[in-house]
Design a protein around this ligand. Structure first.
Ligand SMILES: [Zn+2]
Length: 119
């Protein structure tokens, strides 16, 4: 298998509904996002897919989250804006652009991340 990975980031605020603790209050993160695309074969020029294409797609998705209060976005009014749910949100949208999408990992700090992928 081959895996390629790109990274992106955004800054936003959220609060976790139903959480008993500090994260129930409004606060922000500088989120880091890792996107992995996997394939067991390469295209005719030797790539899994074009990094540039993937970066553009990720960037345009992250633009919609950057400097936003996530709880106020339509999707996250229903779905709690946890790192797990942000990873799935990004995965579902990138999957339509990259059929071989493998996983999306969202880091909310240097030491804590959540990954979504489909087995
Ligand atoms: Zn948080």
């Amino acid at each position: 298998m081959y895996k390629i990975k790109i990274e992106g980031d955004f800054s936003s605020a959220h609060n976790l509904r139903g959480y008993k603790g500090k994260c129930e209050e409004l606060h922000g993160h500088n989120w880091k996002v890792e996107v992995i695309v996997a394939s067991n074969k390469l295209d005719k020029i030797g790539m899994v897919m074009d990094f540039k294409f993937l970066k553009q797609k990720l960037h345009s998705l992250l633009e919609k989250l950057d400097h936003k209060y996530l709880n106020k976005l339509a999707y996250f009014k229903k779905v709690n804006p946890t790192s797990e749910n942000i990873a799935k949100y990004l995965y579902d949208r990138l999957k339509t652009e990259a059929a071989n999408l493998y996983s999306v990992t969202v880091w909310e700090s240097d030491k804590a991340s959540a990954t979504y992928y489909v087995e």
